[in-house]
Design a protein around this ligand. Structure first.
Ligand SMILES: NC(=O)c1ccc[n+]([C@@H]2O[C@H](COP(=O)([O-])OP(=O)(O)OC[C@H]3O[C@@H](n4cnc5c(N)ncnc54)[C@H](O)[C@@H]3O)[C@@H](O)[C@H]2O)c1
Ligand SMILES: O=C(O)C[C@H](O)C(=O)O
Length: 329
């Protein structure tokens, strides 16, 4: 049976994450080894030539699943009929820029992209925002797309989730495959909270296995939360291959489902669960099935976790207030 190709839009396609991402999408790792894809690459005009170079290389891979590549600087074209949109391109923070300036600059990107998604994307569109500040950029795009169900706008915290898995595996001498039910709560920022209290390692409670609250508070949490900055310090550039890998994981899990007995972390619009104000795009533990996700309910949140979730959610509320103040919502 020949399947209809899935239209996948990638913004910031000529950037470093784009370069690590596109080949994996075209090879079938995003949606499955039997799902043909058409790529739409959105870039700013000066970067179109570089995007064309990447497209030439994609052609040269002769990926059997890749059924077309379109390159454009027009969001209305890039999102036309889009089924999956990966919003990677964003304005990086430059010297002397305040957080408000960054939010405003990104508003100029994510608001028109949200509107183009609203007006042109396919009915089943799924959006992942990678470009920072990812949660609030997702909120801006979502607000500009009132005809698209709000839950289709998500932000990436899977990289944080994957980072936490590895740090926990190293500490306990286990493998990442042994670890289940880890959670990233809150914002994709230094306030995020990687929670191991409900996680298991080989079926045993992870926090009890570690049994070291000092390590948790002073080592594990800051290492995971500040990993992005540590990569920038070491590499001289922000994480790219690992970010692309997490974007692949996020969409693959959303479309294909979480394993029985496990969950993942996604930045999604809050429905008020766990005291997170409704509408904020915050990271939660979620299970996925048949292309839909659900927040894992009924977890006991201890004092240690409560304070940290609240701090990250407070930051998200402040970011929302700031973009509201800028007229972006
Ligand atoms: N959520 C996460 O876990 C995570 C992890 C790593 C990086 N990031 C973020 O991802 C973003 C991209 O990172 P990168 O390393 O690829 O950056 P990069 O600077 O290499 O590439 C960004 C690309 O986006 C393009 N771009 C800018 N404005 C655009 C617009 N309006 N439309 C389309 N394209 C546009 C630029 O021309 C550039 O090619 C950054 O904001 C980075 O902070 C997020
Ligand atoms: O680009 C950054 O600031 C860091 C990035 O979000 C990361 O987590 O690696």
């Amino acid at each position: 049976m020949t399947r209809t190709p899935v239209n996948v839009t990638v913004t910031g396609a000529a950037g470093q994450i784009g370069y690590a991402l596109l080949f994996r999408i075209a090879s079938g790792q995003l949606l499955g080894a039997d799902v043909p894809v058409k790529l739409r690459l959105l870039e700013i005009t000066p970067a179109l030539k570089a995007a064309e170079g990447t497209a030439m290389e994609l052609d040269d891979c002769a990926f059997p699943l890749l059924q077309g590549i379109e390159i454009t600087d027009d969001p209305n074209v890039a999102f036309d009929g889009s089924n999956v949109a990966l919003l990677v391109g964003a304005r990086p923070r430059t010297k002397g820029m305040e957080r408000g300036d960054l939010l405003e600059a990104n508003g100029g990107i994510f608001k028109p992209q949200g509107k183009a998604i609203n007006d042109h994307a396919a009915d089943d569109i799924k959006v992942l925002v990678v470009g920072n500040p990812a949660n609030t950029n997702a909120l801006i795009a979502q607000a500009a797309a009132p005809d698209v169900p709000a839950e289709r706008f998500t932000a990436m915290t899977r990289l944080d989730h994957n980072r936490a898995l590895t740090q926990l595996a190293k500490k306990t001498g286990s493998t990442v495959a042994d670890i289940k039910r880890l959670t990233i709560w809150g914002n994709h920022s230094a306030t995020q909270y990687p929670d191991i209290f409900h996680a298991t390692i080989g079926g045993k409670n992870a926090a009890e296995t570690v049994n070291d609250e000092k390590w948790l508070a002073e080592d594990f949490i800051p290492t995971v939360a500040k990993r992005g900055a540590a990569i920038i310090e070491a590499r001289g550039a922000s994480s790219a291959a690992s970010a692309a890998n997490a974007a692949i994981d996020h969409v693959h899990t959303w479309v294909n489902g979480t394993a029985d007995g496990d969950w993942t972390s996604m930045g999604i619009p809050s429905d008020g669960s766990y005291g997170v104000p409704e509408g904020l795009i915050s990271s939660f533990p979620v299970t996925t099935k048949d292309g839909k996700y659900e927040i894992v309910q009924g977890l006991d949140i201890n004092e240690f976790s409560r304070a940290r979730i609240d701090a990250s959610v407070k930051e998200l509320s402040e970011e929302r207030d700031a973009v509201r103040g800028l007229g972006l919502l």
